[in-house]
Design a protein around this ligand. Structure first.
Ligand code: ATP
Length: 194
């Protein structure tokens, strides 16, 4: 069973994921795997170079600053880049799933709904936190200002829209209540037989 994990920037997805890992649950972090695939798949590399130019790679390593700059204000290019990367990640993920023996695994993707990856999931968990908490956490973590956090938030679905599509919700405003919520969801997931 594939359990998607998503939530807005700074909601605490990575924090929640660590708890699932400590329960022995396999996890797949879409963003991390996407970067590895962009650096290692020759097919993906050649498609990205065809789209964005040779400078997209430097010594066979992704030139992230160049790519970010290219697609930042160009929705069309971003869509085309996603159309290269997402199918490759989905394919890799399906192979990963086929190798698992655990009752369920967690698939973390910050833009699970935005890129329709919920189609890969049997259940979806949404991590939530108040906007102010999310902003101040990301400012502290990434050493950026409020405007920069808000700019990143603008590219994501609203928390309300995500909640509407969730099977489970984890409220991460008070860290003391986090483990308890995760354990409860874990127990429920262990009871589900698809
Ligand atoms: P992003 O989408 O930006 O990757 P995320 O949803 O994975 O973010 P985390 O990295 O888990 O969020 O959390 C953001 C920051 O807030 C981290 O520095 C984390 O340690 C901190 N944090 C997470 N949960 C709490 C909490 N309940 N109380 C205080 N700080 C928290």
């Amino acid at each position: 069973m594939v359990v998607g994990l998503t939530g807005g920037i700074g909601s605490g997805k990575s924090t929640v994921l660590k708890e699932f890992e400590s329960l022995g649950i396999p996890v797949y972090i879409a963003d991390v795997e996407a970067k590895i695939i962009m650096n290692t798949s020759l097919e993906v590399q050649s498609k990205i170079i065809a789209l964005l130019g040779k400078q997209a790679y430097h010594n066979h390593q992704l030139n992230r600053a160049y790519i970010a700059n290219k697609v930042f204000n160009n929705k069309d290019l971003l869509t085309q880049l996603n159309a290269i990367v997402h199918p490759a990640v989905h394919q890799h993920f399906k192979k990963f799933v086929a190798l698992q023996t655990a009752h369920y695994l967690v698939y973390e993707n910050a833009i699970l709904f935005e890129n329709k990856s919920e189609e890969l999931c049997n259940k979806v968990i949404v991590v939530t936190a108040s906007k102010e908490n999310r902003i101040s956490r990301v400012m502290l973590r990434d050493h950026i200002d409020r405007e920069a956090v808000l700019a990143r938030m603008k590219n994501q679905w609203s928390q309300e829209d995500k909640i509407a599509k969730a099977d489970f919700i984890i409220k991460n405003d008070d860290v003391l209540l986090l483990k308890e919520q995760i354990l409860k969801i874990h127990e429920q997931l262990m009871e589900i037989n698809l």
